[in-house]
Ligand binder design. Structure first.
Ligand SMILES: *Cc1c(COP(=O)(O)O)cnc(C)c1O
Length: 377
């Protein structure tokens, strides 16, 4: 048997006719940039995410970048974030000349640890603390970070909060949807996300009308009115084709999310029955609605050998992420070294993502767990 980490062809079979119809309409209209499909998606996403406003953009990475630009983050400012995330979270900060301040994670959820934020701030000089302007919590793997203490801290220090919700669309924390708790929520339509396009795309949500207006201007090079520039933005536009596809898929998102959650429950039952609890830690569900963009197990012993074995058995898997961002060579100038973020470094050495996509068959999950059991016995 071969079990892929992700098989989007199975999803496409379900939506093919609708995708061909909407994209056909766009081919006929020959209007590819922005326009009614993008506006419709912005309405649909703001409804789905329970936010006031949404601005479609070119990618999840650009969603983070444009949010930081709208928050006026610039050269020398400091932005607190986690080192255990996709590169774009910190890359977007650094691209603006700002300084990522990394804070270690909780060992069970892999999300930024609010208590550690406080101790990092306490260790700063008063002058350094003055330059801290924002915080980017990441809702990793589909589960929200522990937002209330983060929001309290941000309020007391007057920090902008930008939620990196690229892996967490529709995830819920204490009754609130991912992306609506901070000043901005950033989402990605990269095909492997729970709501993916047929290419790159992203969206920023906000409840602030001021930020909404600024995002719209920054998206078109900062020109307002057209060809008059008070701001320097970029080309952060979303294609009509991507918007139309994502709108079609949004209609299925809750059904697909249920499929992922059911698969997670199936894995739990299979892992418990296999008696692997001494060697493997399963994902912890701490917040209300984990949407399982990834199903990530922790394997303290022989993770890399297990990985090689699964590859030989045809079981798709991945390490998200093998190098925590404070140890990336492009950030060497920030002065971090190995041992600075022990829990992120440990997670990078021990985690492994297994197939969890909604169309996965029970027999496939049985095979995955059976192969892992075989490895340890
Ligand atoms: C995917 C992802 C991004 C970037 O999204 P792109 O659309 O690929 O640019 C940013 N942050 C996190 C946590 C992600 O998973």
């Amino acid at each position: 048997m071969r079990v892929p980490l992700l098989d989007l062809k199975r999803q496409y079979r379900q939506i093919k006719d609708e995708c061909l119809r909407v994209t056909g309409e766009i081919y006929a209209s020959q209007q590819f940039i922005m326009g009614p499909y993008v506006e419709a998606l912005e309405r649909d996403i703001s409804n789905y995410c329970e936010a006031e406003f949404a601005v479609g953009v070119s990618s999840g990475s650009d969603a983070l970048l444009i949010a930081l630009m709208a928050a006026d983050i610039k050269d020398g400012d400091r932005v607190i974030t986690t080192p255990y995330t996709f590169f774009a979270t910190a890359g977007s900060i650094r691209r603006l000349g700002a300084i990522p301040v990394f804070v270690d994670i909780e060992t069970d959820t892999y999300n930024i640890d609010p208590a550690a934020i406080k101790s990092v701030l306490d260790k700063m000089t008063a002058a350094e603390k003055q330059t801290v302007k924002a915080i980017i919590p990441v809702h990793l793997y589909g589960q929200c970070a522990n937002m209330n203490p983060i929001l309290d801290l941000a309020e007391s220090l007057n920090l902008v909060v930008i939620e990196d919700a690229a892996q967490a669309i529709g995830s819920i924390y204490k009754g609130k949807r991912a992306g609506t708790m901070g000043d901005f929520g950033c989402f990605s339509f990269f095909p492997s996300k729970n709501l993916g396009g047929f290419g790159d795309g992203g969206i920023v949500i906000t409840n602030s009308e001021n930020f909404y207006e600024k995002l719209k201007i920054l998206r078109v090079h900062g020109g307002y009115p057209k060809y008059y520039h008070q701001l320097i933005g970029g080309n952060f536009r979303l294609d009509a084709l991507q918007a139309a596809i994502v709108s079609v898929k949004l209609g299925y998102l809750d059904q697909w999310t249920r499929g992922r959650q059911e698969n997670a429950a199936t894995y739990r039952a299979l892992f418990n029955a296999a008696g692997l609890d001494q060697v493997i830690d399963l994902p912890v569900e701490k917040q209300e609605r984990h949407i399982y963009n990834q199903f990530v197990i922790r394997v303290p012993q022989k993770r890399d050998a297990l990985r090689q074995w699964l590859n030989e058995c045809g079981v798709g898997n991945e390490i998200y992420y093998p190098v925590p961002l404070h140890l990336q060579s492009c950030f060497a100038d920030l002065g971090y070294s190995a041992g600075d973020m022990p829990d992120s470094e440990k997670a990078a050495d021990e985690t492994l993502a297994l197939p969890i996509f909604p169309e996965l068959e029970p027999e496939e999950m049985e095979y995955v767990v059976d192969r892992i059991k075989a490895f340890y016995s």
